[in-house]
Write a protein that binds this ligand. Structure first.
Ligand SMILES: Cc1cc2nc3c(=O)[nH]c(=O)nc-3n(C[C@H](O)[C@H](O)[C@H](O)COP(=O)(O)OP(=O)(O)OC[C@H]3O[C@@H](n4cnc5c(N)ncnc54)[C@H](O)[C@@H]3O)c2cc1C
Length: 188
């Protein structure tokens, strides 16, 4: 899906200039005055490929002010994400040019980045095999009786769209299983 996504506030637009444009001074002011009210942004959500090395860990060395280990993120984007981004950028640019755009700026990823953001998921992946997953298909831990994980961490992949509805659907599904199994006296 590609969409003309959101009206950006000036401060959000300020970082959207072409590569090399300074974030201050006359050139920046000229860019904002000329383009802020004469631009649209075409974006598309996409499914980021899961990468095994993508992890959130407690840092073994760095601690915060209170002495608590800080979170350490690791793992780079899957190369497929770069290809997908290029493909979507090509299509978006074509759309804009056919609609009469006189200038286009591509904001596609050119290299692999540390993957992370506001749709964090997948830290306790669901699966049948305890060697490659943390919970079973009912969100129950493979290794410990009577412990269920019911949130975005069970996602095997985050899908192509925002995750909340999937999180809620899995929560209903797992709750139903707990209720039925509890009543039947079979929970362990
Ligand atoms: C700015 C932003 C915008 C977003 N926009 C969208 C959107 O438009 N659509 C969409 O679908 N998704 C959106 N998301 C993503 C979505 O909000 C998250 O994917 C989702 O909330 C994750 O659900 P969760 O239950 O796994 O984790 P959370 O919602 O983070 O829940 C974890 C809970 O555990 C609690 N907790 C943590 N540690 C402990 C502890 N030690 N003891 C007890 N409790 C603890 C926390 O207080 C929290 O209540 C957005 C996220 C952000 C940050």
């Amino acid at each position: 899906m590609l969409a003309n996504e959101f009206q950006r506030l000036p401060y959000q637009f300020a970082g959207m200039g072409p590569a090399g444009l300074p974030r201050w001074g006359q050139a920046h002011k000229d860019f904002m005055r000329t383009w802020f009210r004469r631009s649209i942004v075409i974006m598309g959500p996409s499914q980021e490929m899961p990468v095994f090395d993508s992890r959130v860990q407690a840092d073994p060395q760095v601690r915060d002010y209170w002495g608590i280990p800080v979170a350490r993120l690791s793992g780079l984007d899957h190369p497929h994400n770069i290809e997908l981004c290029k493909h979507a950028s090509d299509k978006a640019e074509l759309w804009l040019k056919e609609a009469g755009a006189i200038r286009t700026v591509r904001r596609q990823k050119e290299q692999q980045w540390l993957s992370g953001g506001q749709h964090q998921a997948g830290t306790c992946r669901m699966g049948d095999d305890p060697k490659t997953s943390v919970v079973d298909k009912h969100c129950k831990l493979h290794d410990v009786d009577n412990v269920f994980v019911v949130d975005a961490s069970v996602h095997v992949t985050n899908g192509g769209f925002n995750p909340v509805l999937t999180i809620m659907a899995i929560a209903y599904y797992a709750s139903d299983y707990i209720k039925r199994t509890w009543r039947a006296g079979g929970l362990r």
